[in-house]
Design a protein. Structure first.
Length: 452
């Protein structure tokens, strides 16, 4: 991996290391200017690292290498370094570098994060906390603990992209900025961090690991740097709690604020003893899209006595509200045995062609074997789908469908588990308030119900 001193996007310097700022004679600043390349190469034709001069409006230029990264229109810049000279910029770089790992320290992290927050390009923030560091220090000595810390830094540098930036911000705390990733790509974050975790465990003979939480800008930050860090921190501690209770997952991305809002709204509904209306289910679906990792859109249907009817949707045209689906259609869409359907087990479909082949919104196939959809349907864009039957004691009240339009690998085990918890929440509401279900006779719910 090339050590990067800058990130360039659309001929604008979007991040600069302390060394590059010093080389340019600039102080810490959030406002970085446009730049031009004084070279025979252009951004469009760079396929491998190329020697360039990076020049700015003030007439200041620095020598270095331009490095293509794994994201369109994004390039890294590495200064030319002369090891025989230790100048002012070297001392400044040392002040922003963690001596044990060689990563950026907390000062560097806070400066880079502030600059990233000013850009329109999305990114993911991962907050990490090492597990069992104190135990290693106490039982094997601080040299073994230092080896654990160095290994985490080394594996982060080895397994992350050149455009990703890692920092050691405290004794057992690390932070990672993953450039260009949106919340719908949380599976990419999980995959990357899983590779780091496995490598760390192998290199420390299973003694060391870490917990992590991820949050996304701008989808979750609301433009607030402190909020973004707080969300990632909260999810990191949730991950640590899960590992103490031997639950799966080493990186957590669950939106706990959406969980709280969902529970609070439902408690109010149950207290009022009112039958839930369409507005309630629409709100619950919107919160489910926020709660389940990688969900971008979704829909919900409920049993109406003879068929299931779509009553809420997020990310789709409202003209499809009220569309009815038979029990047979739902079983065909579910694609798993009826016993699994009646037990409420969420299933995941991957791949546009498979999803289209079983969707009720597919109206046919053209001569080349390409599916044809209803005019207002987006099913042709779906790359991954979770279907969670809303079930209580074998009675199917409806279905929660969540969709991802980015990758067929989007939904993983953490998404399936989150969807299962959301389904149990909805099923409890349906059962307590006596709503009709496929497999039971409806209760009298014309407006009020008996006390739960």
């Amino acid at each position: 991996m090339h050590p990067l001193d800058g990130l360039i996007e659309h001929e604008k310097l979007v991040w600069a290391s302390s060394a590059l700022l010093a080389a340019l004679g600039w102080k810490e600043t959030l406002l970085l200017p446009r730049c031009v390349l004084s070279s025979t190469v252009t951004l469009q034709n760079i396929q491998e690292p190329a020697d360039v001069s990076l020049c700015f409006d003030e007439g200041i230029c620095v020598e270095g290498q331009l490095i293509p990264l794994h994201h369109p229109d994004l390039y890294g810049f590495a200064l030319v370094r002369h090891p025989e000279s230790r100048s002012k910029d070297t001392w400044m770089e040392m002040a922003h570098t963690d001596a044990l790992t060689g990563l950026g320290n907390r000062r560097a992290f806070e400066g880079v994060l502030a600059r990233f927050m000013q850009q329109q390009m999305p990114f993911a923030l991962v907050m990490m906390d090492l597990n069992r560091l104190k135990h290693i220090n106490d039982t094997r000595g601080h040299e073994a603990g230092d080896h654990f810390i160095r290994e985490v830094g080394r594996q982060l540098e080895q397994h992350l992209r050149s455009s990703d930036l890692a920092f050691r911000i405290g004794g057992d705390e690390f932070a990672v900025l993953l450039h260009g990733l949106e919340s719908s790509q949380v599976h990419v974050v999980l995959s990357r961090m899983q590779k780091v975790r496995l490598a760390v465990e192998e290199s420390t003979l299973g003694m060391g690991s870490f917990s992590a939480g991820v949050a996304f800008h701008p989808q979750e930050s609301q433009g607030d740097q402190k909020l973004l860090v707080q969300l990632a921190d909260e999810r990191m501690y949730q991950s640590k709690s899960q590992q103490k209770n031997q639950l799966p997952g080493n990186v957590t991305s669950i939106n706990r604020r959406a969980v709280f809002d969902s529970m609070s709204t439902t408690l109010g509904l149950l207290h009022s003893r009112q039958k839930p209306d369409q507005a309630y289910w629409q709100m619950m679906l919107e919160l489910a899209v926020q709660m389940v990792p990688s969900a971008q859109a979704g829909s919900m249907d409920l049993w109406q006595g003879e068929e299931f009817m779509r009553i809420a949707q997020v990310g789709y045209d409202d003209s499809l509200l009220g569309v009815s689906y038979s029990r047979e259609h739902q079983l065909e869409w579910y694609r798993n045995p009826e016993a699994s359907w009646r037990s409420g087990q969420p299933r995941i479909l991957r791949g546009n062609h498979l999803i289209a082949s079983v969707s009720i919104e597919t109206t046919g196939w053209d001569g080349d074997g390409i599916p044809v959809f209803n005019q207002d349907s987006r099913v042709g864009e779906i790359r991954c789908n979770i279907n969670a039957p809303i079930v209580f004691d074998g009675v199917v009240y409806g279905h929660l469908n969540l969709d991802n339009f980015v990758s067929e690998h989007a939904f993983q085990e953490d998404s399936r588990l989150a969807a299962a918890e959301v389904m149990k929440h909805y099923a409890t509401v349906c059962q307590v308030l006596g709503l009709p279900g496929c497999g039971r006779e409806p209760s009298a719910v014309s407006g009020q119900t008996s006390a739960p």
